[in-house]
Design a protein around this ligand. Structure first.
Ligand code: ADP
Ligand code: MG
Ligand code: MG
Length: 938
């Protein structure tokens, strides 16, 4: 049986349907679908995408068998239309339209009004009595055909279009501005001039025979699949060349027949806000391309009520039919011919993130889609739009138009912030105390800047990437951050900075948009999102907060479907409280070192580091003990019985000491010790590669008294909280373990301390001791380590650094080229590298469970807030992911989507350890590719 290549559609009949996009292209499939459900679609037929391939294999000629099918379908079309192509009495005109699987707007070609020549034109004039309409159509046809099929078009991007040039000359001669001012005679003259130009430049006559025109146009549409624009577009959106385009041949309907005709494009809902209102534009007395071409300014669709009440009502009806049928917000093209409405195209409509969320939720409420579908239609990161403070849009636009845009950096912490520039943390805090809004502007930030960052509205840095300290901490705090702004030249000493030649000084107003990365001079008003006003500030009544209610609905649905628990990375009570408000079910990582920078703590911390003897160190630690205890008690109270994982000290000690001579002298003075001693101590702690140096559990092994103090602070706080009647569930986590003996050493101290504290305090509580899996040896020997660990938490930041053998802080120079060259498809610090790091994680999960079947498993690296990585954690069967407080809602949604996309029993969840090693990376690369965002169909 010969393959069918051509599919007919007409009033109430259609051989194709919307499920055939691969074969008929998006346009063809949906034209068939609309015709099939009885919408007014002009009849036509679609030549399949397979023919595109045959066409190229056949040296760019349409194969004879396909030609036969086209001729047969043309006859069918002529019958449905009641007119014949080229008929000198009553001619049929058609459009020849391209249409690939994925929409490639404007990339390929379409020819309208095909079938016109001097004889058919005269016949149409006689039939319609509208010479202007006929010659308007004729000159459009010659222009499009001349360009698309015959190749008369500008060669260079600076050349003007030869047809436009002729048109302009004509208008000048006639002294008019608008195309609409041209008479039938003018247009007829243009047709002649266009044809002459074609003859002159291309050396052949314009084809008069409609069949010849048809074959030329069909071939040209297939050829347009390989034009430069289309090739470039496919590269950009990863569309394979093998897909090919379909060709649609369709009876023309005319929007240019006079004041009772028109054409337009519309969305079934507002594509910007998601509001359930009809949204679009139209022009009366125009043909399709006029609306988008910008030659005339179209009118808002609501206006059509006045111009053509009946067509408007019909469109409103069709809007609902389409939404009920496709269960999606659709983008449509329509034409009105003398008061009769025709549908010419429909596809899923593009929309903003905000609209995507609103539409999904509304459609669930309207029972158009299920909750599960609603969840699948909201990208987790789109939720950011609901959480972030926002700039007053008109003010921002005015600022950019007024030339106040200074530069662009990385959009590291989404949201909007405006404030006065300060260049260090101390000032940031001091100014904030005076109720000044500040933007902390640094070359880069370090742990010493935590308090300043927390006091600032936003953080702006000249160096560092999306996972730089500034970016990481900003996201954890929910601060706006623009990082890695290479154009900034910051002079700390003078307290000034220059941006592209413009000088700014301390105290100047600046605005940063962490969603776009824009840095704008001056002040722009902002307001917090509704969600924050309700949940965090508690200043807004949910009843008055529609955006919040939308958010709450999504969260409730997500919680119903997810199996992963969501924890947060937080080390202060207020952060923890925010996280709980956002739905966190525990703390997955409490970094104790941030606490040492708090009020009154850095002093004793430095004393401890500078101590020469065990006694002196213990004396300093004794001062730290009550301070840490207070911090932990605060967190336990807020968390109210939810599990809290506390990591013992992790960073190298030199991070706690000042590095500038001036600061070292000041420290020496306050401590009453010689400056040289401080200086020498700092230099003796210096490490060439601190990432792999004396840090993590190594510190606690060398200085066991630090671990003992921290454990005591944790357990005394737990005892105290328990005595208040508040349940507690501490989990003590030892970092950077690579050998089971490291963990045994530290776990012994922790357990002995726990027992001692419980005895002393006369109260018992449950606690766990576990470890981070963050260096390859830890993963490789996870079975041994599990004998001493009650839980594992994957520290995927360090695990990525050590597995890939690259330092995150130095990766900026080559990681971006790496991504461009597609060596890594995604930044491995943002999205778990499943084939490498992921393989180690899987191994650790398998080995850990073999030794200790009930072992608790989680992740606390930055990846815990990344949707694709969350899906991977779901597939690994982890118990929880942990992320910064402001990403908790995103993680809840991502976990639900992961569960819905990977129902239990799906093969992907199977452990890989028994697979042959060689098959590993390849096999695991697959889910990564599958999770890649599909090209959004336009
Ligand atoms: P694109 O994919 O660039 O939108 P289309 O094939 O949809 O190209 O056609 C371009 C314009 O011509 C659109 O506005 C469309 O509505 C209009 N058009 C296409 N075919 C017809 C037709 N048969 N009758 C009237 N207008 C048409
Ligand atoms: Mg179109
Ligand atoms: Mg680590």
């Amino acid at each position: 049986m010969a393959t069918k290549h051509v599919y007919f559609f007409g009033p109430g009949v259609a051989e194709g349907h919307k499920g055939m996009k691969n074969f008929l292209g998006g346009k063809g499939a949906n034209l068939a679908e609309m015709a099939g459900i009885g919408l007014p679609v002009p009849p036509g037929f679609t030549v399949s995408t397979e023919v595109c391939d045959l066409f190229y294999k056949n040296r760019k000629r349409i194969p004879e068998a396909v030609k036969k099918e086209i001729v047969k379908n043309l006859a069918r079309l002529e019958k449905a239309a009641g007119k014949k192509l080229g008929d000198p009495a009553d001619p049929l005109l058609v459009s020849i339209r391209s249409g690939a699987r994925a929409s490639m707007p404007g990339m390929m070609d379409t020819v309208l009004n095909l079938g016109l020549n001097d004889r058919t034109a005269a016949a149409l004039v006689a039939k319609t009595g509208n010479a202007r309409f006929v010659y308007d159509s004729y000159r459009r046809f010659v222009q499009m055909y001349g360009d698309v099929v015959l190749g008369l078009r500008p060669v260079d991007k600076d050349d003007i279009d030869p047809f436009e040039a002729i048109m302009e000359r004509k208008k000048r001669e006639r002294g008019i501005h608008d195309d609409t001012g041209l008479t039938a005679e003018d247009l007829k003259d243009l047709v002649a001039r266009y044809k002459a130009a074609i003859k002159e430049s291309m050396g052949h006559e314009f084809p008069d025979d409609p069949m010849k025109q048809l074959w030329g146009a069909v071939g040209a549409v297939f050829s347009s699949w390989m034009n430069d624009r289309a090739i470039a577009y496919r590269k950009l959106y990863d569309i394979p060349e093998s897909w090919g385009t379909a060709v649609n041949v369709q009876m023309m309907v005319f929007g240019n027949m006079g004041a009772d005709s028109g054409t337009g494009v519309a969305f079934t809902r507002d594509a910007a806000t998601g509001e359930n209102v009809f949204y679009g534009e139209y022009l009366m007395n125009a043909q399709g391309e006029d609306v988008v071409a910008g030659t005339r300014t179209p009118l808002p669709i609501a206006n059509l009520k006045k111009d053509d009440r009946r067509s408007y009502a019909e469109l409103e009806r069709i809007r609902h039919v389409l939404e009920r049928h496709f269960r999606e917000m659709m983008d449509i093209e329509f034409t009105i011919e003398r008061g009769r409405l025709y549908m010419l195209q429909c596809r899923t409509g593009k929309r903003t993130a905000f609209a995507a969320i609103k539409i999904a939720v509304d459609m669930v409420d309207e029972k158009l889609i299920s909750e599960k579908e609603g969840l699948s239609r909201i990208e987790p990161d789109q939720l950011n739009q609901l959480l972030r403070p926002v700039f007053d849009l008109t003010e921002k636009e005015a600022a950019v138009k007024g030339g106040r845009l200074l530069t662009k950096g990385l959009n590291a912490g989404p949201g909007a912030a405006t404030g006065r520039i300060v260049f260090n943390s101390v000032d940031a805090e001091a100014w904030a105390k005076r109720h000044e809004k500040v933007i902390l502007t640094r070359i880069e930030t370090s742990p010493e800047d935590i308090k300043g960052m927390s006091a600032a509205e936003g953080i702006l840095t000249a160096r560092g990437g999306m996972t730089s300290h500034a970016a990481l901490v900003a996201r954890q705090m929910g601060k706006v951050c623009v990082a890695g702004c290479g154009d900034l030249a910051v002079d700390y000493a003078r307290r000034t900075m220059t941006v592209r030649g413009k000088a700014l000084k301390e105290g100047d107003w600046i605005s940063i948009d962490g969603t776009s990365g824009q840095v704008i001079e001056g002040k722009i008003s902002t307001r917090p999102s509704e969600v924050l006003q309700v949940l965090i500030d508690r200043t807004l009544d949910p009843a008055k907060a529609p955006v919040y209610r939308t958010f709450a609905k999504i969260m409730a649905w997500a919680d119903k479907h997810r199996t992963l628990k969501i924890r947060t990375n937080a080390d202060q009570p207020d952060q923890s409280l925010n996280a709980v408000a956002f739905g966190a079910e525990g703390i997955g990582l409490c970094r104790t070192e941030h606490m040492f920078f708090g009020e009154g703590k850095i002093g004793p911390m430095r004393e401890m580091i500078l101590a020469d003897t065990l006694e002196a160190r213990e004396a300093a630690l004794a001062k730290l003990l009550p301070l840490q205890r207070l911090d932990f008690a605060g967190i336990f109270e807020v968390m109210d019985g939810r599990p809290v994982t506390i990591r013992t000290i992790d960073p190298p000690l030199h991070e706690f000491l000042p590095h500038e001579e001036k600061d070292q002298r000041a420290l020496a003075e306050t401590m009453g010790i010689p400056y040289e001693k401080v200086r020498d101590r700092v230099s003796s702690l210096h490490e060439f590669n601190p990432m792999l140096g004396l840090r993590g559990c190594r510190l606690g092994i060398i200085y066991p008294e630090i671990t003992a103090m921290q454990a005591r602070a944790i357990f005394e706080a737990a005892a105290q909280t328990k005595k208040k009647g508040i349940p507690v569930e501490p989990e003590v986590m030892i970092p950077l373990v690579g050998h089971v003996k490291e963990l045994e050493d530290q776990a012994r101290i922790v357990r002995e301390t726990a027992e001692a504290v419980m005895r002393e305090q006369g109260v018992r509580f449950k606690y766990l001791v576990g470890t981070m899996i963050e260096i390859p040896r830890g993963a490789l020997t996870a079975d041994e380590i599990a004998s001493a660990a009650e839980f594992f938490s994957f520290g995927t930041n360090d695990l990525t650094q050590t597995t890939l053998g690259l330092s995150r802080d130095d990766a900026g120079r080559f990681l971006i080229p790496y991504l461009q060259k597609d060596i890594y498809a995604k930044d491995p610090f943002e999205v778990i590298d499943r084939a490498g790091v992921g393989q180690l994680m899987r191994m650790a999960v398998d080995k850990g469970r073999r030794t200790r079947p009930g072992i608790k498993l989680g992740i606390c690296g930055e990846h815990g807030g990344d949707p694709s990585s969350i899906e991977f954690c779901h597939l690994l069967g982890l118990n929880y992911v942990s992320c910064s407080p402001f990403r908790v809602p995103i993680a809840r949604l991502a976990a639900a989507r992961a569960a819905l996309a990977n129902p239990p029993g799906a093969k992907a969840a199977k452990p890989a350890s028994r697979r042959p090693v060689k098959a590993g990376p390849k096999a695991k690369a697959k889910p990564a590719a599958a999770a890649k965002k599909p090209v959004r169909k336009r």
